[in-house]
Design a binder for this molecule. Structure first.
Ligand code: FUL
Length: 733
């Protein structure tokens, strides 16, 4: 549309419009190219569905399926549906636990990579319909849909594109090289009609895409509104040549559920790039368009957008599990994230312009287990306590600072309404205010309906007539929360916006207090094998247990480093001023101070195999790669110094880059003759190791003993020849 010359000056006088010309960008755009890039970035806005999604707060994943019963993270696709038999499944209990944790939506793995479906799909027998649960008459998604509707929670579905059952089963449709034929979705199935007058779609697709579209159709039309569809990118069995008709999937979703967000490789939500639940320090929702995962450290800065051909609005979603694994494993019952730990993740996700997708896996009974229920409730209370009441008081001296009198009253920032905004008038991009109560958290929210603008800001406090910086931040976006040094009631504070792509527009500002800043106790072990504890801030007392029980104020007090010959589970609790901090737990292996490397298949001179037994997760053994890349198998033979009894083995992949050079399939030998170690004590595959490269704990079927340990890594997770190990260990208890 071409605007008449007279109208233009009028429009330029309006704040939102003028800003789009980036005339006010600070620092001023350096070159015409940068100026053009900023203008393009500023024009990118969220869709109404994205704006709605951005307000979800914490929401949940539920990983549940055959893996729950086989104790695996990734199934094989060959599981017998008879395995699935939760004896006490109660979706109301799931929803109540999640609600107490503040979750507003729940997303079920209706089909994980193994292919088993938690609802009785018309298009496969590999589902709850073939299981003993409710004599094949059950439908987990139906029960969850009812329970979440009752409780006012939204519903989402995780439908894995990768499907091992459809590879393994006779007549499997995944990668079967079938040709695309004209297909009607939903494809009619005798005896299982759809509602009268239902919509139909016509596509030309191969067997697997037809199956997938039919499943999507069932999910989107028969369970009430679906608010998010999650298409996981992982594939345990790549290389079949199966193509995904993503455009057709997305097109059908847009028709059937226009409000549903399509996550991971979809158009609406971007995977944050790790499975640990944190966003980048500075997270942009305006990012270059890309196919596949965007895992770089800088996606949206001026430098990053300058090079991009096309920019889109795609906010980051931070997914993480409340336990080390995504599925329930009884062995991880003591490793449930504490309320404090979940609170820290809240700050690292929602507090950095991301979302917080928290996985809570139901157990074999079909219930959320006790520790998870309790910690979710504790987390919910912590959020309420911390963000329940605003500590921001009157603007300095009870009136707005005339130097930065806003186009709208600064009170707009405290009304909890995103529609009212504050934007500075003129050149002064700062705002003075005071703390009514003590505060330790500072929050800002931008008016993202007009794009994401702020690049740098700081908070200062007036001390004896001068301003002292308390905290600085980069991006703001939907919400930014900074932990700040505690300020007392009455403190005079100043927000300064130091860099922005155009005139800033804020919707909310907050000062809050989170009473307990005690972190989790850090457990370490020195080269002599002595175990020590530390906590920040220092000065708190640390209580601990070694028998697996939960520590309390009455548990033994930690005084100095101690030996732990057999290793085992160490559980800790810090207490300061009578207030307990987070419960922590760490599984320690056998001390390695006497261990020696006898041989390694290959090693780089600066990354010797020795680094895998030095107890330092920052150093690593790396297979040869500079001169020539040594292919797998990669193996190491270790002299333990004495014959040791062991119940299991551990492997920590390299920690400096995510998911690179991970061993995948492994064999472990333990014996007294290094030349004849006898049968393997463990062999298998580390499921999902590249996406979630945490310490892998493999328990032996029965305890074993020996002086020599040999570990063979047959393959790496990405089929790359290079391999690395930050640590290799043995478990005593
Ligand atoms: C990963 C999957 O492979 C895991 O099993 C889990 O579902 C996680 C959320 O995504 O990529």
């Amino acid at each position: 549309m071409k605007l008449p010359a007279l109208v233009l000056p009028l429009l330029l006088a309006l704040p939102g419009f003028a800003a789009e010309l980036v005339d006010e960008a600070r620092p001023a755009a350096a070159s015409p190219e940068e100026r053009a890039a900023l203008s393009r970035a500023l024009a990118v806005r969220p869709s109404p569905a994205q704006l709605k999604w951005q307000k979800l707060g914490v929401y949940a994943f539920l990983h549940f399926g055959v893996n729950t019963f086989s104790d695996r993270e990734w199934g094989s696709g060959k599981e017998d549906p008879a395995l699935f038999n939760p004896v006490d499944l109660d979706c109301r209990q799931w929803v109540a636990a999640l609600k107490a944790g503040g979750c507003s939506m729940v997303m079920l793995t209706v089909k994980h990579h193994d292919g088993f479906c938690l609802y009785p799909s018309r298009y496969t027998r590999h589902s709850v319909a073939s299981s003993p649960w409710k004599k094949g008459q059950g439908d987990v998604l139906r029960e969850l849909a009812l329970a979440s509707k009752e409780a006012g929670l939204k519903l989402g579905v995780y439908l894995s594109p990768a499907d091992l059952h459809e590879i393994e089963a006779e007549g499997g449709r995944y990668g079967n090289k079938s040709i695309a034929i004209d297909s009607v979705i939903p494809t009619p199935v005798a005896g299982r009609p759809f509602a009268a007058g239902h919509r139909e779609f016509k596509f030309k697709v191969d067997d697997y895409n037809r199956y997938f579209l039919n499943q999507l159709y069932e999910l989107l039309t028969e369970y009430g509104p679906i608010e998010e569809v999650w298409f996981d990118g992982a594939n345990p069995h790549p290389g079949t040549g199966q193509k995904y008709e993503r455009d057709l999937w997305y097109g059908m979703i847009h028709q059937l559920a226009p409000e549903a967000m399509i996550a991971v490789d979809g158009p609406d939500v971007r995977w944050i790039g790790n499975e640990h639940g944190h966003a980048r320090e500075d997270e942009w929702s305006v990012v270059p368009f890309a196919k596949g995962d965007q895992t770089g450290t800088d996606l949206g800065s001026r430098a990053a957008i300058l090079k991009a051909d096309k920019l889109i609005w795609k906010p980051g979603e931070c997914d993480v599990s409340i336990r080390p694994g995504w599925f329930y494993h009884a062995s991880q019952d003591t490793q449930v994230r504490s309320p404090q730990n979940l609170f820290d993740l809240y700050l690292a996700s929602i507090g950095r312009n991301g979302s917080f997708l928290l996985n809570v896996p139901p157990d074999r009974r079909g219930r959320v287990s006790d520790a998870d229920v309790r910690n979710l409730a504790g987390f919910g209370e912590m959020i309420q306590y911390s963000f329940g009441s605003q500590a921001c008081g009157a603007w300095s001296d009870g009136k707005p600072n005339p130097a930065n009198l806003a186009t709208q009253a600064p009170a707009a920032l405290l009304d909890n309404a995103t529609a009212s905004i504050w934007t500075p008038a003129g050149q002064d991009w700062s705002l003075d205010f005071s703390a009514r109560d003590a505060a330790s958290l500072f929050m800002l929210e931008e008016d993202i309906t007009q794009g994401q603008r702020i690049e740098k800001f700081s908070l200062s406090q007036e001390q004896n007539g001068t301003w002292k910086t308390l905290a600085t931040g980069g991006t703001v976006g939907a919400r930014r929360i900074l932990q700040i040094p505690e300020v007392a009631a009455g403190s005079k504070l100043r927000l300064s916006i130091d860099a922005s792509r155009a005139q800033p527009r804020l919707t909310e500002l907050g000062l809050f207090f989170n009473g307990n800043c005690l972190g989790e106790v850090a457990v370490s072990r020195n080269s002599q094998g002595l175990v020590s504890f530390a906590v920040a801030p220092a000065g708190a007392e640390i209580r601990y247990t070694l028998d697996g029980s939960e520590p309390t104020a009455a548990s033994p007090l930690y005084r100095s480093p101690f030996a732990l010959e057999q290793g085992g589970l160490v559980r800790t609790l810090a207490i300061a001023k009578g207030r307990p901090g987070a419960l922590g737990s760490q599984l320690l292996g056998l001390p390695k101070s006497q261990w020696k490397i006898l041989s390694a298949s290959s090693e780089e001179p600066d990354s010797l195999a020795l680094a895998a037994i030095d107890g330092d997760p920052k150093t690593m053994w790396h297979s040869g790669w500079r001169k020539s890349k040594t292919p797998p198998p990669h193996e190491v033979l270790i002299d333990l110094g004495a014959s040791l009894n062991s119940t299991g083995f551990t492997y920590l992949p390299r920690q400096d880059v995510r998911g690179k050079c991970c061993g995948d399939y492994f064999i472990v030998y333990l014996g007294d003759d290094p030349n004849k170690l006898g049968p393997a004590v463990a062999e298998g595959r580390f499921d999902n190791i590249a996406n979630n490269p945490i310490e892998q704990v493999i328990r032996f079927k029965q305890a074993a003993s020996g002086r020599y340990l040999k570990v063979v890594f047959l393959k790496t997770s990405d089929d790359h020849p290079e391999f690395a190990a930050a640590e290799i260990g043995l478990l005593g208890k």
